[in-house]
Design a protein around this ligand. Structure first.
Ligand code: ADP
Length: 562
């Protein structure tokens, strides 16, 4: 085994690192400090790549995206007290997105807890409401089993965030090599345990019968299908049956071009690994027809019970789709291109694309959102396969990007997700570059989204990651200072508007401070040349695009909620 280089008694830091390595962890994201620095350095010496961040929040977002992209828990390491609190951003984001993550935090000495110890906090209780499980090792002998439990729980059933607390006194305890080995073997076994619910064949047959007899069937797929790596059987199902399909924003393939028609008029919808939550209008009228029959495929029993669909298939998306395909093989059916429903959808999609292309074709300077987005789309398409991983956030930037930037390969799009979390961008970029070293990573971010974690451009440069961050700089949140003279009153009327940043900030200069490449662009020619150069260099770069501060809408497409 790779951990025999540690001779003699083994302390908690070494044992935790050994347990992680033995349970298959090969990457960690985090911030070191008291009491976990030694855990990180030990992990590195055991072959685990440790990506050191400036802030636990970004590291947490990175760990969550790593979990989604690889299907294995992303591991976040934080220091005690405030480090754990900052890391909560990552755990909660993983929970809401249903992505596998494990946060490991050092914590204060158990004997001194309650007396105001350094960075004291009841971390297990603090993290509990945001996680699937929250456990503490109260003695060194518990470490391997706790590591296995959190890693296993993070990926079991609906994936999510799990927490493991390591008090500093436990990290300093020691045990013998033979005792450590005994505990590690048991932990490895536990970490491998897998329980996947099986869907009865009668339900598979019922699903097929519903789809076959539908007049306007639809397949919707989301992050759960991507997590299950169900793209193979999904493609096969779509190809054999000709049923129109619709991905959610992160579900994969191209953004839907006839979304309103498809969900508004379908009579049977097979929804695979996507929640009928706000992003899918709760599966209710007026967006959906009131008579639509939902067939829900989800690994999570509670999710299926909550939505109360016509038919619920509780199981792994890939397995369920494989079973459906197998069953259809003996009695195939296909709608065909001339089916009125298929024709209506493809006609509507063509019309929508044509309308959008008219708007995109114009070069608008000073830049609106559409012109630079078209130039970015063309530059991405020119790269071919493997497609870059696209990271996108910011109200207007993300909304416009969803319609314009086409991603046809699964798990190549990361955005604000189920929670609409802004500030995820740089963490996601780093995770994507670490998870898929063969792909370029392109982030298309609003200036506000970028600002949450802009210091992590130093992390990009330090690890020389192939990431190009494109900032849509419209000088503020939604835009610059857009107040009317009547709105500018009160004792603080000379302060900038709460929505505005320093106008035309030089974000490209930040990365130059660390030795990365910065571009400031204001015209189509400048943007094309910056993208051509930075995409082929595959080195850390920031492209700062000056956007008209009046171009964006307040709250993007969610104005009714603000
Ligand atoms: P989207 O945002 O793309 O609509 P959601 O995050 O809302 O997707 O939903 C993803 C769903 O997928 C969750 O309900 C989750 O329980 C489910 N899920 C996760 N892993 C699997 C899997 N392996 N098979 C089936 N469903 C899964």
């Amino acid at each position: 085994q790779n951990d025999l280089r540690f001779q003699g008694p083994i302390d908690g830091n070494v044992l935790a690192a050994m347990a992680l390595a033995r349970c298959g962890v090969d990457r960690m994201f985090g911030v070191v400090g008291i009491p976990v620095t030694s855990l990180a350095t030990r992990a590195v010496s055991l072959g685990i790549r440790f990506i050191a961040f400036h802030n636990e929040q970004s590291a947490g977002y990175a760990a969550s995206a790593y979990g989604y992209l690889t299907g294995r828990p992303g591991v976040l390491l934080t220091v005690s007290g405030p480090g754990c609190v900052h890391g909560l951003a990552g755990v909660s984001n993983a929970m809401v997105n249903a992505w596998p993550l494990v946060m490991i935090s050092g914590s204060c000495d158990q004997r001194d807890f309650g007396r105001g110890d350094f960075q004291e906090l009841d971390q297990v209780e603090a993290v509990k409401p945001f996680s699937k499980i929250s456990v503490k090792a109260t003695d060194i002998s518990e470490i391997p089993n706790c590591v296995a439990r959190v890693l296993n729980s993070a990926v079991s059933g609906r994936p999510g965030g799990c927490y493991f607390d390591l008090p500093s006194d436990v990290l300093h305890q020691t045990i013998s090599e033979s005792e450590a080995e005994r505990l590690l073997v048991a932990a490895e076994e536990f970490a491998r345990r897998e329980v996947i619910p099986r869907v009865p064949n009668s339900q598979i047959e019922e699903a097929i019968s519903l789809l076959k007899h539908a007049e306007r069937p639809l397949i919707v797929f989301g992050k759960g299908a991507a997590l299950a790596r169900a793209e193979g059987p999904l493609k096969k199902l779509v190809e054999t049956t000709g049923i129109p399909f619709l991905p959610t924003p992160m579900g994969g393939r191209a953004p839907p071009a006839a979304r309103s028609l498809a969900i508004g008029k379908c009579d049977v919808a097979l929804v695979v690994g996507a929640r009928l939550n706000w992003l899918l209008h709760f599966g209710e009228p007026p967006k959906w027809s009131k008579d639509v029959k939902f067939i829900l495929v989800d690994i999570c029993k509670e999710e299926v019970e909550l939505r109360n669909p016509h038919l619920g298939l509780i199981g792994d998306a890939k397995e369920v789709l494989e079973s459906i395909n197998k069953e259809i093989k003996d009695d195939p059916f296909c709608l065909g291109k001339s089916h009125p429903w298929v024709e209506a959808i493809s006609q509507k999609a063509k019309d929508n694309v044509a309308k959008m292309e008219v708007q995109l074709a114009r070069d608008v300077v000073p830049f609106n959102f559409l012109t630079p987005m078209r130039i970015i789309r063309d530059a991405i398409l020119a790269l071919g396969s493997p497609a870059p991983i696209l990271v996108s956030e910011g109200a207007n930037t993300m909304d416009v990007g969803r319609s314009v930037l086409v991603q046809t390969e699964p798990r190549t799009r990361l955005d604000a997700g189920t929670w609409g979390t802004m500030g995820v961008g740089l963490g996601y970029c780093i995770a994507a570059a670490v998870a898929s070293p063969d792909r370029l990573v392109v982030a298309v971010e609003g200036d506000s989204g970028f600002g949450f974690s802009a210091m992590e451009v130093e992390t990009l440069v330090r690890y020389q990651l192939p990431v190009v961050v494109i900032v849509f700089n419209n000088s503020g949140v939604y835009g610059g200072d857009r107040r009317t003279p009547q709105e500018i009153t009160g004792p603080y009327k000379h302060d900038p508007a709460p929505t505005s940043f320093v106008p035309s900030a030089g974000y490209h200069k930040m990365i130059e401070a660390f030795g990365g490449k910065g571009y400031h662009v204001e015209s189509p020619e400048e943007l094309k040349s910056a993208l051509a150069e930075s995409f082929s260099a595959r080195k850390p770069a920031v492209v700062n695009i000056k956007i008209d501060p009046y171009a964006g809408a307040e709250s993007g497409r969610l104005q009714h909620k603000n």
